[in-house]
Ligand binder design. Sequence first.
Ligand code: IDC
Length: 384
Amino acid sequence: MADFGKDIVKIGYIDDASINVDILSAYSYPENSPVGKWGKLKVAKNAKGVRCLCSETGEPVQLKGFSTHGLQWAGVANVTECNIKALKEEWGCSVFRLALYVDYEGGYAYNPTFRQTMLENVVRWTAECGMYLVIDWHVLAPASPQAPEYRCHPMDLAGDFFTYCARRFQNQKHILYELCNEPNIDNGEKIPWVGVIKDYCEDMLRIVRTYDKDVVALCGTPSWSQDTQDVIGHEVTDENGIPYENVMYTFHVYAASHNDGRDIDTPTTFHGINFMKRFQKGDPEKGIPAILNTLPVFVTEWGTTDAGGWTNFRPDLSDMWLDIFDGNNDGDQLVSWCNWSFSAEGGVCGALKWNTGKISPLDPEILTESGKYVYDHLKMKQNK
Ligand code: IDC
């Protein structure tokens, strides 16, 4: 098997400026906002005994909202105070995800002022309107979270980033960390959960927990965060083998590519796997439990289209997934989600027709079919 950077699986050099960064004092959140109501989230059991995302007092909660597009590209124009507040006030979103590509076409690794500008602003804007924020370390290319580009060039960038964030934001209630976006395939070989991704997540958890004892951390899973089942029986543990609390595992779904296994118009993206059954019902005859009955899952990315994002807007298949996320699954698990993406980039899965710092969904011109679908869904559920 290829060595996906196993030799560098140790916490590398972390900058003094990160270890010593000033701790941000606690924000106070608007009382009626999601964070005002639910406080610092945790993982606890629902009435069926299934672990899921819960409020500070242990009630199951479901966050819904959008992910940004890559912050190094044009869609970054949408990441403004005005838009974030509109997502909360006008769309009824409870979460926002900041997709922080690292090495890809000039991402975080090439943007030394990111922490002082974008990150600091978005942490403040989401806090001021009481929306949760997922800070996503957007591993995609290179495919392994342990790749040297992330772990040792010129320092342990991932370790350094999470050191900085966990120390700086330890008093906040609205932050969640996505430790890696989508580990995938390197030279034809799947980056495995056991031995690579799990070890990486445990390294990052050790760092994050040093500063923030209980923040919810989301672990990316193999094959573009589709093989969530690889985690079953191998959840993350600390150095004494004790399972970490307040950890969830991600699943990414694009309705036209990942569904009940039906054929779709673009055979190239046809997977032939019944993802819906796998998550919702499992395979009781074979003794395979539903994933949503077994692991706490957060869908940090889903799209109304095929996985490339460019074609096949499928509201029918999206409806089926949203129903599963709303608790129609064997674990009665409410699944939180972020739609990809809040931008005019990346094809028909983008919610917007153009990138603008001032958006109102009430402007009939601004939403794509996909954006309108997600907006209508959020409004319908909000008014229920
Ligand atoms: C896509 C962007 C596209 C960019 C590409 C890079 O929309 O502009 O060129 O990434 O590979 C994911 C990824 C997310 C993808 C998205 C759509 O997390 O980065 O964005 N997608 O393909 N997983 C499944 C789909």
